[in-house]
Design a protein around this ligand. Structure first.
Ligand code: SF4
Length: 264
């Protein structure tokens, strides 16, 4: 169905290990603005290169797919579009609005997993004005590994984006992977930084390399250690920490949102 609507999912694009579980539950994370990224993060399976022209009909197709799937929590992510003046913020906002309108009186909750828009305040404001229920932006790895793993990004800039979401009354969420050379102490510091930036939800998962062309896995972290990360995160002030080997940014995102709802 996704393919017949000419859509992409990050599930397939990033070779997510949970795809079969999520697809069998009728949920997926839509990848908008094409499947070519202007960046080249070392861990990522999405092709770097010259992106396609933005497709103005895409928001409508995402809405059609979400309604057909009967999604109650719609997750939308994208490649990074540094080639666009607003980094694609307008297209993101349009997709959020069109999806919400397509549901009529019973709109779903919407979560966006956004790029850093190179720190642009107006771009972030454009997304904030569309009022998605959750705004996710991953820091991915501790700052000492950025040059190797996430060279076109900036750790402080990503924290600042999350801080601005919280200051604007949004629900900020972030996540990182382990197994790329970081230490547990570095993970603990990142979780504290996220809490300090006002982040409310965090995910921690095991990095697995999509191909032999990607960095090798430096370590497989034991599930007990993932539980320890969750404890550290909550101690630091994060309300919800989803931490386990197969956890990914939008894994069980709907359940997390419901849980937050129950907590009021
Ligand atoms: S910016 Fe996102 S989509 Fe692009 S390479 Fe990095 S992780 Fe992949």
């Amino acid at each position: 169905m996704v393919e017949s609507l000419g859509l992409h999912t990050v599930c397939r694009g990033a070779k997510c290990p949970n795809m079969f579980e999520c697809y069998s539950q009728g949920t997926a994370t839509f990848l908008i603005m094409g499947h070519v990224c202007t960046r080249n993060c070392a861990f990522c399976n999405i092709a770097p290169g010259l992106p396609e022209i933005l497709d103005a009909d895409e928001p409508g197709r995402v809405a059609k797919a979400a309604v057909s799937l009967g999604l109650r929590h719609v997750v939308i992510t994208s490649v990074t579009r540094d080639d666009l003046p607003d980094g694609g913020a307008g297209h993101f906002a349009a997709t959020v609005r069109v999806v919400r309108e397509a549901y009529g009186d019973e709109p779903p909750s919407i979560e966006v997993l956004i790029p850093d828009f190179r720190g642009s305040r107006p771009a972030l404001q454009t997304v904030l004005d569309a009022a998605p229920e959750i705004i996710n932006h991953n820091v991915e790895t501790p700052p000492s590994h950025y040059a190797r793993i996430r060279p076109q990004a900036d750790y402080a800039q990503s924290l600042e984006l999350l801080r601005r979401v919280r200051q604007a009354g949004g629900v900020p969420k972030s996540g990182l992977m382990v197994g790329l050379g970081e230490t547990d102490d570095e993970v603990r510091r990142v979780l504290a930084d996220l809490a300090g930036a006002g982040c409310r939800i965090a995910t921690v998962g095991q990095y697995m390399r999509p191909s032999r062309n990607h960095p090798s896995v430096e370590r497989y972290v034991h599930p007990d250690v993932f539980e320890q990360y969750a404890v550290w995160g909550r101690e630091a002030g994060l309300e919800y920490v989803f931490s386990a080997p197969l956890v990914r940014s939008s894994y069980n995102a709907g359940r997390v949102f419901e849980e937050l709802g129950r907590k009021g």
